[in-house]
Design a binder for this molecule. Structure first.
Ligand code: SF4
Ligand code: SF4
Ligand code: SF4
Ligand code: FES
Length: 947
């Protein structure tokens, strides 16, 4: 059997806690009540042959290979379908059973190609294994009768193929798509001999509803559904468990290797965040790691108009240190700073913030969470006491009413969305608060009870109106509030929320949502036994982002929905390590563990450990750095794994700031947009080349493990360490594990964390310390971390960005499934087949009014700038609202977004921009400039020997 195949116990685990006594082949066994005989036997070390069963799916009972004999029962029950009973005596191996199984296998094999030696699944095929296991030696039925051996191969999907000639119609793929993924893309068409797997009426996989999650491929016991990487490279010989480097779900994967080459990424069944499921990005879109665009040598240049010069690591590091030191000498200690990356490991992030604080001697460090979830940190810390979500993902399986606000989980957090959809199919109710008709509003077997399709920018009035109904109709949980919350704040919040302006009728006027729909949604949530709130950047990226986070925390406290399974306030984090980069002390005002820099005690602890004084004054946030750069006082920046030139709002301003600086250092895999303004390029490593940890949206600390050595010759934490040393600060870790040891020593919520501990237990959710040695899946169980839960008044202050006659539409932005953030990784994979360019979604009435046609160019203009992109006419957006993504640099979506940001954290207001649209015939001025710059930089960015 294949060395990397994960254990399959045949049917899902029983949820029962009781056990029963059975006898299997004459030996006594204690097994879980409710287990299938198949699973009980496998857990007891007896492998009953099987084909249609697998432990990620409900038993189906179609192949009859798993038959057994049970004393006192007639016939031969299918063990996958028969639960154990106390006292049951089971025989798994008798002459009669052998005969039956051989007959079954003979029928399968008689219509199956006998090309095992050249088959891509050779060595990893359950059919092959089972033929051996049942002792099939010859096949009596010829191949000359009717068969499927000439059935065509569907190779339309870029990552896997469907070879119908090898299909045994076990239906595992269909059930995986239904039960695990929840897309219902596959069916078994026809009956009897004519039955076959179909991805839709006369459709191939590419044109079907399939979202390429890979669950069917994973479930297929034959080579019918097979990864093309395996077809091309052969079976893996070893595997390493690591963590996906895309979104904040933090799926665990088995990186399956052949020598030092990755040939497949398979979702890891024991991964606590994903339980063996995946999405197209983590499962298939990892080819960017070896893309030819990757830069492998450090490069430097005096001016951004000069060509790059490839140099050795030592020279690049010395050069950077000298330039930074010279700037500090001329313009002062605070004239430089750094940005940490939420795509890097905690260990890599920790050393960058330490470089800034200890070697640069200031607190000018910030992270890309500034532009996504900084309001989460502020809002949840203020109300509940911890800057993080309250629940594990599995908690959703206990929720009765689920509210999704400003998030699109099926595209942004697909694996969690599949779990949520499973709960919804079990009967939980759904409320969606979003300007767009996101996939969850209505999809296969899912229908939201309420879709509050508010105008962008009106989250706060909606949350206030929901609370207004709940309080005024007596649906608040007063006992919970009295026991757990600050009562003064409760009284003043109540007075605020009951004001007439927060009634559904008044809020309907500003939000565009029907008052009765608001009331009905509020009643549904207020009456829920367990109500859970999930939210995303549609909440935080507003000028009232922090207000809205506190509004949701208020609502959850008022209804007693925090502190147990099935409830909570849960941010769906964008990038893989947003939680971790914040935890590691990346913000300019906080040291690791969210402790304010002004705190004498915590500063002293760090000072003693690091052997240098730490500035007690908070440093610059990213927007402050850019403002100061434009003002001529901020001159140098170390940018770790971020592309601020593409991802940050108001591109003209960002470009002006970057152009004004004297030394920009970019550490990344690719020459990104920011690198066009850089003086030093330090090549980074992909997640496959790192040892470290990521922290997902559940606060889960997952291990990232090296499957190959750094391709550019140096660990990323070591690059930062050597730069610190060259700047005169003696940083001296020997490996990434030592960095985590220091984090654990200095951060109370991480005290018990170490690589060795994580390797032993798999993963833990912080806090993980002596009070919670195995971590803390659910926060605030008996009391809030801050003591009493604090209600904060959330009066609505509208954004200054308003529509008017010149800019009558509201633009809101988001992402799609196949691309990720600025697209640096996914654009370098075959995912482009699904989404090669950013498009503008426009409602048919807005399009008609302006003569805009499907697929034609349209100009998008705000008071900040204008761009041109293609129109997609759809009722997914409501009239008055347009929507686009920001995955492609040449589109320049952020050319039009504004300088407005959250009042508390400066998180940019990406979600609300007043715009006008019109038919267009050519690219915008900025896009022309971009193309010219790309061409020019393309020439000089490429070192001479690669040109
Ligand atoms: S494609 Fe694979 S999983 Fe699906 S029915 Fe055929 S053999 Fe079974
Ligand atoms: S890849 Fe996923 S979505 Fe597509 S058919 Fe398979 S299980 Fe369904
Ligand atoms: S859901 Fe997120 S973490 Fe999981 S595989 Fe997809 S991108 Fe990776
Ligand atoms: S494995 Fe039990 S009937 Fe197929």
């Amino acid at each position: 059997m294949n060395k990397t195949r994960q254990t399959d116990l045949g049917t899902p685990a029983s949820a029962a806690t009781e056990t029963v006594q059975v006898e299997i082949d004459g030996l006594p066994a204690t097994v879980k009540a409710g287990s299938s005989i198949l699973r009980a036997a496998r857990e007891s070390g007896v492998d009953i042959p099987k084909l249609c069963a697998t432990d990620s799916l409900k038993p189906f009972g179609s192949c009859r290979l798993c038959v057994v004999e049970v004393e006192g029962r007639k016939g031969y029950p299918a063990s996958c379908h028969t639960p154990v009973e106390d006292g049951m005596k089971i025989r798994t191996q008798t002459d009669a059973l052998s005969r039956l199984r051989r007959n079954v296998m003979e029928l399968y094999i008689s219509d199956h190609p006998l090309d095992c030696l050249t088959c891509s699944a050779n060595g990893d095929c359950e059919l092959q294994d089972m033929a051996g296991a049942v002792g099939l030696r010859d096949v009596r039925y010829g191949f000359d009768g009717e068969n499927h051996l000439d059935a065509p191969v569907d190779a339309s999907n870029p990552y896997f193929q469907f070879d119908a000639s090898k299909c045994i119609v076990c239906s595992r793929c269909v059930r995986a798509c239904d039960e695990v993924q929840g897309t219902f893309a596959l069916t078994i068409e026809g009956r009897g001999f004519k039955s076959k797997v179909s991805a839709g009426i006369s459709e191939d996989f590419l044109d079907s509803e399939c979202v390429s999650c890979g669950a069917c491929v994973q479930a297929c016991p034959t080579a019918t559904l097979m990864e093309k990487s395996i077809v091309d490279n052969g079976q893996p010989d070893h595997a390493v468990i690591t963590t996906c480097a895309y979104c904040g779900v933090g799926c665990s994967f088995q990186a399956e290797m052949k020598g030092d080459q990755v040939v497949r990424m398979t979702p890891y069944k024991d991964g606590e965040a994903n339980h063996g499921h995946s999405c197209v990005k983590g499962r298939f879109a990892w080819g960017y790691a070896s893309h030819r665009d990757r830069v492998m040598k450090p490069m430097i240049r005096e001016n951004t108009s000069d060509p790059w010069r490839e140099v050795e690591w030592d020279e690049a590091i010395q050069y950077t240190a000298e330039r930074f030191k010279a700037i500090q000498k001329e313009y002062g200690r605070k004239s430089i700073g750094g940005i940490t990356s939420s795509r890097c490991t905690n260990e890599e992030v920790f050393v960058v913030q330490k470089l800034v604080r200890a070697a640069m001697g200031n607190n000018n460090v910030d992270t890309c969470a500034r532009v996504c979830h900084s309001p989460t940190g502020y809002g949840l810390k203020t109300t509940l006491g911890t800057s993080a979500g309250t629940q594990p993902f599995d908690s959703v399986m206990d929720a009765d009413v689920i509210v999704v606000i400003g998030a699109n989980p099926t595209v942004g957090h697909p694996v969690f969305a599949s779990q949520m959809k499973r709960r919804l199919r079990e009967g939980a109710q759904l409320i969606v608060v979003d300007p767009r008709k996101i996939g969850l509003v209505r999809s296969a077997r899912i229908e939201a009870a309420h879709h509050l399709d508010l105008l962008p920018g009106t989250n706060v009035p909606i949350i206030n109106a929901l609370a207004h109904v709940i309080v005024s109709e007596g649906l608040a949980d007063e006992d919970y509030v009295k026991e757990r919350c600050d009562l003064d704040s409760w009284e003043s919040w109540k007075a605020m929320i009951l004001k007439p302006e927060n009634s559904p009728e008044e809020v309907a006027k500003v939000s565009g949502v029907d008052a009765e729909a608001i009331r009905a949604a509020a009643r549904l949530f207020g009456n829920a036994r367990n109500g859970a709130i999930y939210y995303g950047l549609g909440v935080t990226e507003h000028s009232q982002g922090s207000t809205m986070v506190m509004g949701m925390a208020n609502l959850a406290m008022a209804t007693g929905n925090i502190g147990r399974s099935g409830v909570g306030v849960n941010p769906l984090r964008g990038q893989n390590n947003v939680q971790g980069s914040c935890d590691m002390g990346s913000f300019p005002h906080e040291l690791a563990g969210y402790r304010h820099i002004s705190g004498e005690e915590v500063r002293t602890q760090f000072e003693q450990h690091w052997g240098v004084p730490i500035d007690p004054e908070p440093g610059f946030r990213i927007p402050n750095m850019f403002d100061a750069a434009c003002a001529g006082t901020f001159k140098g920046m170390y940018i770790q794994g971020e592309d601020v030139a593409q991802s940050d709002p108001d591109t003209h301003h960002v470009e002006a700031a970057l152009s004004a600086m004297e030394c920009i250092v970019v550490q990344d895999l690719f020459l990104n947009e920011t690198a066009k303004f850089a003086h030093v390029f330090l090549p980074g490593t992909s997640f496959l080349e790192k040892n470290g940890t990521f922290i997902n949206a559940e606060r889960r600390i997952n291990r990232v493990r090296k499957v190959m050595e750094p391709q550019q010759g140096k660990d990323e934490w070591l690059i930062t360490q050597e730069l610190a040393q060259a700047m005169g600060y003696p940083m001296d870790y020997e490996n990434a594990a030592q960095i985590m040891d220091e984090v654990a020593e200095l951060t109370p919520t991480f005290n018990n964390v170490s690589f060795a501990f994580l390797d032993e237990v798999g993963s833990v959710q912080w806090p993980c310390n002596d009070d919670a040695p195995m971590g803390t899946p659910i926060m605030h169980i008996d009391a809030f971390v801050r003591g009493k839960g604090l209600f904060v008044e959330t009066d609505y202050v509208p954004t200054e960005e308003r529509t008017n006659r010149k800019f009558p539409l509201l633009l809101t932005t988001g992402r799609i499934l196949s691309q990720y953030n600025v697209g640096a990784q996914t654009r370098r994979t075959d995912n482009n087949i699904w989404y090669g360019e950013d498009v503008l979604e426009v409602h048919p009435s807005d399009a008609e009014m302006r003569g805009i046609e499907e697929g034609k160019l349209v100009s998008l203009t705000s008071r900040k700038g204008d761009i041109t992109l293609r129109a997609k006419i759809t009722t997914r957006v409501k009239p008055g609202v347009v929507y686009t993504t920001f995955h492609n640099p040449e589109t320049g979506a952020n050319v039009v977004t504004t300088e407005y940001g959250d009042w508390a954290t400066d998180c940019p207001e990406y979600k609300v921009t007043a715009v006008q649209i019109a038919p267009a015939t050519h690219r915008s001025e900025w896009q022309e400039e971009f193309a010219a710059r790309a061409e020019e930089q393309g020439r000089i960015l490429t070192p001479a020997d690669k040109a």
